[in-house]
Design a protein around this ligand. Structure first.
Ligand SMILES: [Zn+2]
Ligand SMILES: [Zn+2]
Length: 366
């Protein structure tokens, strides 16, 4: 029997070792029937103005727990062409994709169509041939990307060379392309957060994206931003490429940037619902003070503002639950209740300019 237990123990140890070799880090618990696919759809290499070889982008992404990346080198801007001729604009993808074979990472073909504002820089991902996107005018490239059924989005609309005020806004050409459904998304986070871009996304029903636009070594560039690059999670029905692409077109995304999550209310709600757990409330003996334990299953701290009708016994109404931590709160309910409505605003879950996600849960006493 002892031998059997030992054997079983060894097997479990072996199994968990094997799993940890291949399993990605889970940043958030998946909502029911949904995969949270972690992506970065804006990445450069030496094949445009980046400083690293495509293989390293794959290693970085695996190390950081990403599920899917797109290498999106500038088609037109080629400052290294004296050393790297790059006649084939699919080449950086091909190198990365070959290196990713057999690893837990998908690489999709992409390109950055690069002009000054307007229309500025646009990314096309899930394309089939980057070479065909290279035209004298960028609009022809955008049209060709759409012929290839690509997902096309506006890059860094708040970037100061095109927008000295730092305020993102659409030009008539963007409005026209959005109307024709040639543009499907917009970066709300690139190197910074743009609440104006978030407003544009919501008003025009564009997919909300956050990307790294990394040129150097990712860990060096993002150690000052909470230690991780901006990540777009696609709330996908499946973990295959078609489902992920559909999720992007349907606007089912959530951006993780520093300690913030940003997205449409309907996408943030299920994520919070599956990552914020409540214990059944109980009263402290001989009191009308209820105890509730809140658990945060995610990798970000949750900054909660209790909006309920009562006051708390030990805390202010604003408090923080640390990542993968929990917090017990004491609520002074005046009377002994059968159930209690827990209403919160989550101050680091942004659904619009000056708008934070509201979350409520009704808890029954034992
Ligand atoms: Zn750009
Ligand atoms: Zn870029």
């Amino acid at each position: 029997m002892k031998k059997l237990i030992l054997l079983l123990g060894c097997f479990i140890l072996f199994l968990s070792f094997n799993l940890s070799l291949f399993s990605q880090e889970n940043f958030f618990k998946n909502p029911k029937n949904t995969f949270l696919i972690s992506t970065d759809l804006h990445i450069h290499t030496v094949f445009s103005d980046g400083f690293v070889w495509p293989d390293l982008r794959v290693d970085e992404a695996l190390r950081e727990g990403l599920d899917l990346i797109s290498i999106t080198d500038h088609l037109e801007y080629q400052p290294h062409k004296g050393d790297i001729l790059n006649p084939d604009k699919n080449r950086s993808f091909e190198i990365a994709n070959k290196f990713a074979q057999g690893k837990e990472l998908n690489v999709v073909l992409g390109a950055e169509i690069t002009r000054s504002m307007p229309p500025g820089h646009l990314n096309a991902v899930f394309i089939t041939d980057a070479n065909l996107l290279l035209h004298k005018d960028s609009i022809s490239g955008i049209i060709e990307a759409n012929k290839q059924n690509a997902f096309v989005f506006i890059n860094h609309p708040n970037w100061w060379p095109g927008r000295p005020s730092g305020i993102a806004r659409l030009e008539p050409i963007h409005e026209e392309l959005i109307k024709k459904k040639f543009i499907h998304g917009i970066e709300v986070v690139n190197v910074g957060l743009s609440l104006e871009a978030l407003e544009i996304a919501i008003e025009n029903n564009l997919t909300i994206l956050g990307t790294s636009d990394v040129h150097g070594i990712a860990t060096w560039e993002f150690e000052q931003y909470g230690g991780h690059r901006p990540i777009t999670f696609v709330l996908s029905k499946g973990n295959d490429l078609t489902s992920i692409k559909n999720g992007l077109f349907e606007g089912k995304t959530m951006v993780w940037y520093k300690d913030l999550i940003i997205g449409k209310q309907e996408n943030l709600l299920p994520v919070i619902d599956s990552n914020l757990e409540f214990s059944q409330p109980i009263y402290i003996e001989n009191t009308k003070i209820a105890l509730v334990n809140l658990s945060n299953l995610s990798s970000i701290p949750l900054i909660l503002n209790y909006n309920g009708e009562f006051t708390l016994h030990e805390d202010d109404k604003i408090f923080i639950i640390p990542p993968r931590g929990s917090k017990e709160i004491k609520i002074k309910t005046i009377e002994l209740l059968k159930k209690i409505n827990m209403n919160f605003e989550i101050f680091n879950a942004i659904i619009g300019k000056d708008q934070y996600l509201k979350f409520s849960k009704t808890l029954n006493f034992q």
